[in-house]
Write a protein that binds this ligand. Structure first.
Ligand SMILES: [Mg+2]
Length: 178
């Protein structure tokens, strides 16, 4: 359940065309450390262009941002702001009771995009939220390496360390290069 279908070094290394060939054209995207650094109000360099290109070529038909937010209208404002910059109108700020890996945000995303699990991917940097949640609903899950430092709660839980250990046990290989 924790194993991603694909592991790439970053979203910009994700081959949207190859996934489209497998029938995947809808995307649930994690925000922090996947599209932008934790707390950054602008997407990581290259992300806007890479998504834009996939969209223009028809490999990405619709996308949705799903982020666990801990309190705060400011966090939600940031999400919407990033959504605007990325041209993504569906934005889900999951609060404590419906946070990933819970199914609610994923179900909402599928309904908003009008997509089926079989044609939808979940892209994120954390096994215990993004990948687990996506796998449970039968989405095609893609793990990316984090863009920067983790949120203090992630550090506190020692999640990254456990994740790295787990990844090496799984014996899967990260796809690098274009
Ligand atoms: Mg993240």
């Amino acid at each position: 359940m924790l194993e991603p279908r694909l592991w790439v070094s970053s979203l910009c290394q994700l081959d949207f065309e190859a996934l489209a060939a497998r029938g995947i054209a809808y995307y649930c995207l994690d925000v922090d450390n996947t599209l932008a650094r934790q707390d950054d109000w602008k997407p990581y360099p290259g992300v806007v262009e890479h998504l834009g290109q996939a969209r223009r070529k028809g490999h990405l038909r619709d996308a949705c941002l799903i982020s666990n937010v801990i309190f705060g209208p400011r966090r939600l404002a940031r999400l919407r702001h990033l959504g605007r910059l990325l041209g993504i109108e569906h934005v889900y700020g999951a609060l404590f009771w419906d946070r990933k890996p819970g199914p609610r945000a994923f179900r909402w995303a599928l309904a908003r995009m009008g997509s089926e699990p079989g044609s939808t991917a979940m892209v994120g940097d954390q096994l215990y939220t993004d990948i687990l949640g996506g796998n449970r609903l039968g989405l095609f899950t893609v793990l990316v390496d984090p863009l920067g430092e983790d949120h203090w709660t992630t550090r506190l839980l020692g999640r990254r360390r456990r994740q790295n250990r787990l990844l090496s046990q799984m014996g899967i290989t990260r796809v690098t290069g274009g």
